[in-house]
Write a protein that binds this ligand. Structure first.
Ligand SMILES: NC(=O)c1ccc[n+]([C@@H]2O[C@H](COP(=O)([O-])OP(=O)(O)OC[C@H]3O[C@@H](n4cnc5c(N)ncnc54)[C@H](OP(=O)(O)O)[C@@H]3O)[C@@H](O)[C@H]2O)c1
Length: 232
């Protein structure tokens, strides 16, 4: 990572999942950091986007044109259909595992498939997908949360594989997985407990600090909110 890299110019940003805790904090942080107002915000709540349905993605993305220097995928779920993270594999059900793969793996995979075409062809552009440190296999010393963890581990492979391909055509592009830290949002409300956590506004600033310091060779890697590389 290059700590002092200045990433310019930023003209346009696109946020998928802009209704979420972190997604909704990013526009203000982007505006403050880069002084831009051309920030396109898309979400299920406001636009009817269902990231698990490719027709829905195509339908909504057909209205997007031009290039975006910054693209963020901030969708995801920890508790689905009222089922929270498992404490043991005995609580794992086919339905819950499938549901996690739909939202946390298939959704971002479809988004990367369609979104990478909006990266600038001859300038730097960064596609950031929010994942989670608990999706790191090497870092897993606690167990539990098997469906969420596994769906995030799977999306890491999708990000890594896509980044290798994307850089062939979009030579100055950077595509990364990013763990935002523990952030006070509806996703963590029931689970944060006494764990140290930050506000969505602080998280958005942290995310921009990380992407500002990225270099071309960082593409296809996994970083945490402080800019440290996380093992897969
Ligand atoms: N918060 C944390 O501490 C934390 C920690 C580690 C990783 N992360 C990751 O960071 C990302 C953002 O987390 P957050 O805390 O901001 O979550 P959040 O507040 O719960 O927001 C989740 C977002 O995902 C969207 N979404 C879920 N399912 C969708 C679907 N099928 N189609 C379209 N949109 C869908 C929601 O849309 P609607 O609200 O419009 O329905 C919402 O915009 C997630 O990937 C999460 O796993 C968060």
């Amino acid at each position: 990572m290059n700590e002092n890299h200045t990433f310019n110019p930023i003209c346009r940003a696109l946020i998928i999942g802009a209704s979420g805790g972190i997604g909704s904090a990013l526009p203000k942080a982007i505006n403050t950091a880069y002084g831009i107002t051309d920030i396109v915000k898309i979400s299920r709540s406001d636009d009817g986007l269902d990231i698990t349905n490719e027709d829905s993605i195509k339908d909504i993305f057909k209205n997007l044109d031009g290039e975006f220097e910054l693209i963020f995928v901030t969708t995801g779920a920890l508790e689905i259909n009222g089922v929270g993270p498992e404490k043991t594999i005995l609580q794992m059900t086919p339905e819950n595992l499938r549901a996690h793969f739909e939202i946390n793996t298939l959704g971002p995979a479809l988004l990367i498939k369609h979104l990478h075409k909006l990266l600038p062809k001859n300038r730097r552009g960064i596609l950031t997908v929010l994942t989670a440190r608990v999706g790191s296999i090497g870092d897993n010393n606690l167990g539990g949360w098997i469906s969420y963890r596994t769906s995030k581990a799977a999306v890491h492979q999708i990000i890594r594989t896509s980044a290798l391909e994307i850089k062939n055509k979009y030579k100055e592009s950077i595509c990364i997985a990013l763990h935002p830290g523990t952030v006070k949002t509806s996703l963590t409300q029931k689970y944060v407990g006494k764990h140290p956590s930050v506000s969505p506004d602080q998280s958005a600033k942290n995310i921009l600090n990380v992407i500002n310091s990225l270099s071309q060779e960082d593409t296809g890697n996994f970083f945490d909110w402080a800019g440290n590389k996380v093992e897969w």
